[in-house]
Each structure stands twice: as C-alpha cells, then as structure tokens.
Design a protein around this ligand. Structure first.
Ligand code: NAD
Ligand code: UDP
Ligand code: UDP
Length: 322
C-alpha cells in the first residue's frame, strides 16, 4: 500500500530480472515509485538488475510465481514467463504452469489488494495467422498440441483468466499483446532472431536463417514498448485491452539478416536451415487501438534500435566467447 502522505506507488513486477522486466523497472524507479521484483531467475539474470542494488526503492525477491505470493503492493505487472521458443520448450509443462498458475496467483493477489494488474500477453495468441495484419478482434489460428502450444495456449488461458476475474470479481485488468521486441539485455543465447543474428555477425559465424527467410516479423525497440506498458497501466478502469503493442514496420527474416551483416560490417555468410514446426509465416500488428486509447506509437526506427542493440552485444562479446 502507498503510505500516508506519499503519492508514490509500490509496484510488483514479476519476471523483473528478464529483458523487458528490467527495462520496465528502470522506468518505474525513474518515475519515483518503489519496485518489488519477483523472479525465479529461470531465464532472467541478476546482471540485468545489478545496477539497482543500492537503490533503496528497489527490492528483489527470488520467487516462482506458480506458487502463491503474499505481498502488499498497489499495482502489478505480470511478466514472468520464458519468452523465446528455446527457453519455453525446455520444460513445456513448467511454461504452461507459469502462465496459468502464475496468472491465478497474480490475480488472487490483485483481488485481495484491489490492485490494478497488467498482463504481458503476446502476439502468439494469434498463432500462424490467417488474418494479416493482426487486429485485436482476430481470434487466432493456434495449434493446441504442437511444440509452441505450451506458450501460446498458456498465454491464451491467462487472458481468459484475466477477463473472467474482471467480469466475475470486478478486477482492474490491463492486457497487452506484445509483438517481437528487441534491445539491450536480450538473452544472448535464447535463440531469438535479433540476438542470434547480431551475435553470429559479431563473431563472424554463419547467420542461421530458418526456412528461406521469407517469413516476416515486426520488431519493436524495448524503450517504445515500455512506454506503451506504462501508458496502458495508467488508463482509466474502462480500458482493459487486449491492446496490441508492437512496431508495424514489417521485415522478412532475410532482410533482417542482411541489415545486421551490413551494420556490423561482418563477413558472415547466410546459412539456410530447416524451418521449425508451426513457425508463423507473417506477423504485423494493427496498432490503431493503442494509438486511440494510449496516444502511443513506436518512435525508434529499426536501424536506430539495432545500432543500440549491436553496441550492447559488442560490449558483452568478451564474456560470450569464453
Ligand atoms: P525473459 O525471459 O527475458 O524474461 C522473463 C522473466 O520471467 C525472466 O526473468 C525469468 O527468470 C522469469 N520467470 C520465468 N518463469 C518464472 C516463474 N515461474 N516465476 C518467476 N519468474 C519467472 O523474457 P522477456 O522477453 O523479458 O519477456 C517478458 C514477458 O513478455 C513474458 O511474459 C513474455 O511472454 C512477454 N513477451 C515478450 C516478447 C518479446 O518479444 N520479448 C513478446 C511477447 C510477449
Ligand atoms: N493468492 C496469492 N496471494 C494473495 C491472494 C491469493 O498468491 O494475496 C493466490 C492463492 O494461491 C489463491 C489464488 O491466488 O489460490 C487465487 O486466489 P482467489 O482468491 O481467486 O481464489 P481462492 O483463494 O478462492 O482459490
Ligand atoms: N529465426 C531464424 N534464425 C534464427 C532465429 C530465428 O531464421 O537464428 C526465425 C524464426 O524461425 C522465426 C523468426 O526468425 O521465423 C523470429 O523468431 P523468434 O524466435 O525471434 O521469434 P518468434 O518466432 O517467436 O516470433
């Protein structure tokens, strides 16, 4: 609870030691809030929050959100969940548990406290979409029994829970459907395309393109995304989402590879490998709702964001090669 005479909030960020969570925490602390980060460090790392160690308004708690959590906060951002296929397929049962049991615990906590609760949902709820680009009204095309299902269906069920708690218990919910996001503090080995290509290019290794590279994605820079999170959390109670947050600029994976090679001045060659099963062929958000309800749209162009991300990985390269 916010203390007497104190307008700052106490905010829980689950998954706060991860890529997106750590950037969100930086922004919330900059705004003067207190932040409690709950993370089991499955894919996140203390390195992402090391710089906050001496901040008296920051607190880290090692906790797995599949288990209940009794704390006192004013707002909750629920980000805990492995996010890249390599990570979420490592222990698929745990992935579904994190999304579903995690959502139940976070919603139970929000219900007890009367706190607003934000859910980091995903464009993966649209699956391999038959509608392009994807508006929030599209119900998606998801395989319920494939290798990506633990993530996709887990996140879909979490959305169901959020909306049922809203309808049944009058909870204040904010559901964001996040499209592919990149930037500093991405995990170097989580197999995501931006981190893979940059690290491969910097090391002069072959750039691994899955399939023929004609599949598309839209890449949002992390600072833009975090701005969208905060704007969504601060909307009136009538705005529940789901709201797409992503950059509508659409690129083929081959274009991305060529861009990264050019920007790193790398001698890496393209290597074409098999396309993983259920890999969506195209993805691009419709962001009209975000524009209308949040006054939000991404500002950082791909080249500028890639430059910052390349600089981050270049600095970390000595650690990555040992
Ligand atoms: P990340 O892997 O860097 O961060 C996830 C964090 O959650 C990690 O710190 C991890 O240790 C923690 N975590 C995982 N399981 C947990 C559990 N059971 N209990 C407590 N903590 C747990 O991934 P990210 O890219 O920062 O993603 C954050 C959130 O945003 C995820 O929910 C993800 O599904 C969602 N999302 C991300 C993207 C993207 O492009 N990065 C796109 C769509 C949705
Ligand atoms: N919960 C929690 N912290 C709280 C309150 C609840 O982690 O402060 C968890 C608890 O595990 C509970 C779940 O949230 O099972 C759902 O809570 P809810 O009140 O909706 O359901 P119930 O307690 O009736 O099962
Ligand atoms: N991809 C690729 N090479 C890689 C990593 C990924 O060609 O080294 C492709 C992958 O098959 C997918 C796209 O890039 O078509 C985006 O993959 P990522 O795992 O980053 O995100 P998601 O598939 O979850 O959107």
């Amino acid at each position: 609870m916010a203390r007497l005479y104190d307008s700052r909030k106490r905010i829980l960020v689950t998954g706060g030691a991860g890529f997106l969570g750590s950037h969100l925490i930086d922004r919330l602390l900059d705004q003067g809030h207190e932040v409690l980060c709950a993370d089991n460090l499955f894919t996140g790392t203390k390195r992402n929050i090391d710089h906050l160690h001496d901040n008296p308004r920051f607190e880290f708690m090692r906790h797995d959100i599949t288990f209940p959590l009794y704390v006192e906060v004013d707002e909750i951002y629920n980000l805990a969940c492995p996010a890249s296929p390599v990570h979420y397929q490592h222990d698929p049962v745990a992935t579904t548990k994190t999304s579903v049991h995690g959502a139940i615990n976070v919603l139970g906590l929000a219900k007890r406290l009367g706190a607003k609760v934000f859910q980091a949902s995903t464009s993966e709820v649209y699956g391999d979409p038959h509608v392009h680009p994807q508006p929030e009204e599209y119900w998606g095309n998801v395989n319920p029994i494939g290798t990506r299902s633990c993530y996709d269906e887990g996140k879909r069920c979490a959305e169901t829970l959020f909306f049922d708690y809203h309808r049944q218990h009058d909870l204040k919910i904010k559901v964001a459907r996040i499209f592919n996001t990149y930037g500093p503090r991405m995990h170097h080995a989580d197999g995501r395309v931006v981190s893979n290509f940059i690290v491969q290019a910097l090391l002069g290794e072959p750039i691994t393109i899955y399939g023929d590279g004609s599949q598309t994605r839209s890449f949002c820079y992390v600072d833009d995304l975090v701005e969208g999170f905060i704007r969504l959390m601060n909307t009136g109670d009538d705005v529940t989402g789901p709201i797409n947050l992503g950059n509508p600029g659409e690129f083929t994976i081959k274009e991305l590879a060529e861009k990264v090679i050019a920007m790193t001045d790398s001698g890496s060659k393209l290597e074409f490998l098999d396309l993983p099963s259920d890999d969506p062929k195209q993805r691009k958000p419709v962001i009209e709702k975000a524009k209308e309800k949040l006054g939000w749209e991404p500002k950082v162009p791909l080249d500028e964001g890639l430059e910052k991300t390349i600089a981050y990985f270049r600095e970390r390269l000595p650690e990555l090669t040992v």
